[in-house]
Design a binder for this molecule. Sequence first.
Ligand code: ASP
Length: 331
Amino acid sequence: MDLPKLAIAALGGTVSMQARNAGEGVIPTVSGETLLTSIPELATLALVNIETLGMLPSASLDFELLLSVLSWAKFQVKQGAVGVVIIQGTDTLEEAATFFDYLWPHDFPLVLTGAMRSAAQPGADGPANLLDACRVALAANSRQRGVQVVMNGQIHQACSVRKTDSLALQAFSSPVAGPTGLLLEDRACYLRPPRQRMVLPLPQKTTQKVAMLEASLSADTLLLENIIALGYDGLVIAGFGAGHVSQRWATVIEHIAEKIPVIIATRTGSGSTAKVSYGFAGGEMDLIRKGASMAGFLCPRKARILLWLLLGCQQEHELAGYLKGDALLQC
Ligand code: ASP
């Protein structure tokens, strides 16, 4: 029987990290090809093309690199791959997953994974996560689900997944939505049907800048007041509670929203922003009146990705539509 084609790209991250000398701390050194040797059973499941496209801690990935990985992944599908896996650091996995999800045009799955324990650590989770990610990418029931994150035996949708623990093995969760599936006895099992997806055109430029500021108690307005002068093209606020800021911030936001798109998300880590609940100055009804858009369930980081991509393809006027088609509610 012909084995299906699977493509894997390695970008670095803890999964690829080892210390050169004792006590030095781990750094990315292990190639994708070497990682593959830790899961020999994959050879019985697929014809694998693996490439090491980066060797970076995920804090140093950037949108340009992700765009080149995306075009590599699309080329792999053209060459016959039925699924693509990307191995990267977990620190920005939730953002990279969202970035790819807005741009992935195929029904075939694109699956991201990484590890919380470095390559030589006892109980390293990289090999198990990688094999699980490959199983998910190869499964027919993973199709039409866009981009997913596979970590610690769970499958999460890009739109909802977040890193919610800094060091624990169970570091990823999908607040409100929960995982979309699990690996049960090596099979990808889903708890929900695929959701409708919105795919954006590729950005024609990458120079746009979107600032992200978090509201905090008694915060000054110095950075906020300089957002336009600093040349930002968009602003995301991680607001209090259901999407609120202080009265002082609201006044400045009104001026900013006259010039560039402003999204207000919640800094709480879970739940949606409100629309019609609070009427005080700095509350969501006031901010909407002042020209800001509410992020709904989209967390501040994911909202920043959406705005950056919309600005990149000159579709920022479509922002309301993209926010309204709340991905999480359809997950
Ligand atoms: N701690 C991170 C990881 O889990 C490091 C990184 O994101 O590169 O991979």
